[in-house]
Ligand binder design. Structure first.
Ligand SMILES: Nc1nc2c(c(=O)[nH]1)N[C@@H](CN(C=O)c1ccc(C(=O)N[C@@H](CCC(=O)O)C(=O)O)cc1)CN2
Length: 290
């Protein structure tokens, strides 16, 4: 068996990024009197969302920024949520707005995301920001998880041009923007999805495999070309004999021996999502994006 792949430490990377963001946020406040402010909106009581929202609020405050939190009941109507977003859009002290996903079934997610001012859309989900990224312009906001994946990839592969990347999953939050970013970095990109006949045949040809399928342990050891870099975006709750655990979309123990480098779950991409959210919030407060 080959040596285990190098572990890509998302916790350490995110810690460093957050400390740099804190310095810039303090500078913005001291020099320009601007206190970067993130509004976090959650609807309902999904337990995982509650944890992520709490972590985002804590990380925002630790980065020397302000957070304002709005927790609405699960029965909130779309109109009520749109009213809140209109208020936050008009509030000049709020620089970034985030609506935690998923939303309850009675609310149209796209209508809500497109109601956020693109200049405050620190999740990068607004159709304008998605469109800017799609045409190769990085002057909009880039979604946090793909941005974090790119940073981790660059930490082990400084030059991506010419490599073959396979993205497993094509959600608007991760797979699609990830494919755009990889292509714009010079990769040849294949995106696989539910209708792909043989996903393993695609990943076996890849130098880079990014998995965001929401399917625990989907990617097996023999799906990976020796020396490939593997980025696991999956966050799945699994019951094991040792109790409940968070596991990724990659069967880590099987894949790590084949990979040149691999992100663990937890401790890989997840912490980068929150660090990149802080980066986008800082950019929004600076009047910048991208
Ligand atoms: N408005 C948004 N909603 C959602 C997003 C998003 O980017 N914007 N992404 C996910 C959830 N998410 C952030 O919201 C998120 C998920 C996981 C982590 C994380 O740090 N995970 C840890 C493990 C945490 C655990 O034990 O549960 C890790 O991987 O190390 C951060 C953010 C859906 N909704």
């Amino acid at each position: 068996m080959e040596a285990a792949g190098k572990l890509i430490n998302g916790v350490a990377f995110a810690r460093q990024l957050r400390s740099e963001i804190r310095q810039e946020a303090e500078n913005l406040h001291a020099v320009h009197g601007i206190l970067p402010t993130l509004a976090v909106v959650m609807v309902g009581n999904d337990p995982a969302s509650a944890v992520y929202v709490r972590n985002k609020i804590r990380a925002t405050e630790q980065a020397g920024m302000r957070s304002v939190s709005h927790h609405l009941p699960a029965i909130t109507s779309e109109a009520e949520l749109l009213d809140l977003i209109a208020t936050l859009n008009a509030d000049e002290t709020v620089h970034g707005i985030l609506v935690q996903l998923p939303l309850p079934a009675q609310i149209d997610r796209d209508a809500v995301l497109d109601a956020i001012s693109p200049a405050k859309d620190v999740d990068g989900f607004h159709i304008v920001n998605a469109g800017l990224l799609a045409v190769g312009r990085h002057d909009g906001f880039i979604p946090c998880t793909p941005m974090g994946c790119m940073m981790l990839l660059h930490s082990v592969l400084p030059e991506l041009a010419g490599l073959h990347a396979v993205v497993v999953g094509c959600s608007n939050i991760v797979g699609r923007p990830m494919a755009r970013l990889l292509q714009q970095a010079g990769c040849t990109v294949t995106v696989t999805h539910l209708q792909t006949r043989d996903v393993a045949a695609e990943t076996r040809r890849a130098d880079i495999v990014v998995v965001a399928a929401g399917h625990p342990g989907l990617v097996r050891g023999d799906w990976i070309k020796p020396g490939a870099v593997v980025i696991d975006v999956g966050i799945n709750r699994a019951e094991t004999p040792q109790g409940a655990r968070i596991v990724g979309d990659v069967a880590f123990d099987e894949v790590a021996p084949h990979a040149a480098a691999i992100t663990p779950v937890p401790g890989g991409v997840g912490p980068m999502t929150i660090a990149c959210l802080l980066q986008n919030t800082l950019r929004a407060a600076q009047g910048l994006a991208g």
